[in-house]
Design a protein around this ligand. Sequence first.
Ligand SMILES: [Zn+2]
Length: 471
Amino acid sequence: MALAVPILAALAALSWLPGPPGAAAAQGSGEPDLSPAARRLQAYVQIDTSNPPGNEKAGALYLKRLLDEAGIASEIHEASPGRASLYARLKGSGSRGGLLLHHHIDVVPAAPAGWEAPPFSGAVRGIRLVGRGTIDDKGLGIAQLEAFLDAKRSGGLRSDLVFLATPDEETGGALGVSLLLKERPHWFAGISDAIGEGGLVETIVDRPRLFGIEVQQKGALWLRLSASGPGGHASLPGPTEPSLRIARAVAAVAGKERPLRLESEVERAFRAREGIGKGHPAAGDLKRRVKNDPARLRAELSPRDLALLTDTIAVTRIGTDSLAQNALPRTAWAELDIRFLPSTDPAELLEWVRATIADPLVKVKVVFQGAPGPASPESDLSDAYGVYGVIRKVLAERFPGVAVVPDVSPALSENRVFRTHGIRAYGLTPFRLNYYDMAGIHGQNERIRLDWFDEGVETMRRIVRAWAIRP
Ligand SMILES: [Zn+2]
C-alpha cells in the first residue's frame, strides 16, 4: 500500500509532462471540462511534494515551465538537493510599493486510506478536485500565478510584482523565506506588502458569511524534555527512573493552564465579527468573562477562539530508549508544542515551564522558537495604499453582504517572517470553503470545489489588478 502512492503519482506526473498545461488530463474520459487554471492545479497536485522529504524542486520546475511559456524569466534557489524556491518579478513604475505573492510548494504527507481518490492523483470527483495541496497551499499558489500572468498580459504596472514559491513550510520553514532573506535579499527589494496563506473563511452551505484576513499570528516555542538514568533490569526500578521524571514533568506542565488574556489585536478581531451570527462571541462579553468567569469561558469557546485568548501547551511525542518491556530506559523524553500570545515573553514562558516542572534533572531544550512578529495594519476603504483595503474592497464587491474582518491566527506560517522583516503581510484564502472541505486541510480527502476554485482565481486576479495596475 505504501508503495502505491509514489508509483501512481509518477505515472500521473508523466501524463502531463510532455503536453501543454491546458491539454493535460483525461480529454474525453468523462471528466468535466476543467478551466485552464484548474488543469494547472491538477498537474501541480500530481507532483508529490510531501514533506518530509519535500522534493519541492519538481514543483518549482513545473511553475518555472508555466512562467517560461508566458515569457517571464524566473530563478530557482536550491537550499539543499531537491529543496528549491522559485522567484519571478514583474517590474512596475515604482509609484506604489512592491507586492509579493507567496505560497509554499511542500504539502503534509498523506496516506491513501480514507481518501475518495489517491491523494496525489488529482482526480475529479463530482464537482470537486481531490488531492493533497488543493487547498494548502497549491490552490492559492495557482490562483496567485494566474493573477501574476494576468498582470503581465495587462502591462502598465505601477507596482513591482513578485511571485515566490518556497519549500519546507510544513516543518518549520528553515529552508524557506528566512533563508532567502539571507541568501537572496534582492528578491525582496522594494517589497512593501505580501499576500500569503491563511486567514479564515466561513461558508454556510454555499453562502460565504465571513472572510478573515490574517494580520497577526501567535508565536511558537517547541521544547524537548529529557532525563537520563543508568538503565538496568525492570524488576529493580529505582525511585528516580527517567521515564517517571518525564511523566511527572509532562503532567505538571500540561495540567496547568496559562491565564486567559484578551490582547488588543485579538479584541479587534472579535469585535469585527460581532453581529455576524451564531458562533461568534461578543468582544465586550469576552473581556468581562476573561476577568470574571474564565473557567466557564474555557469550556464554552471553540478550540480556535480559546487558543486566541491564552498560551497553549500540546504534548506531541513521548518516548524512551528502552529496547524491551523488561528493560529500564537510560533516556526518556517528551516534546511540547507551545503556542504563545504575541504579548507573552518567550523567555518568561520558558522559565515558567522550568519552574512548573521543578525537577533540575529534567533537561529542557529549545528546539524551535518562532516570534509572532508585529501585526500588519488594517486599512479601510478610504486608504488607497493598503493591501488590506484592496482585499476588503474586492471581496465586498464580489460577495455582497459578506463580512471582511481582521484575523489573528493560532498557527504559524511564513507571514510572520515577512512581518518581522518589515513587510506587511496578509493571510488570505480567496476561495469559498465550507466546514466539510476545511476538514481536509492536513487531514483526509483534501479537496476543492472547481467552481469555487475558479471564483477564487478571479478574486485574486482582481486584487492584484486593483493593487498593481493603473485604473
Ligand atoms: Zn500551508
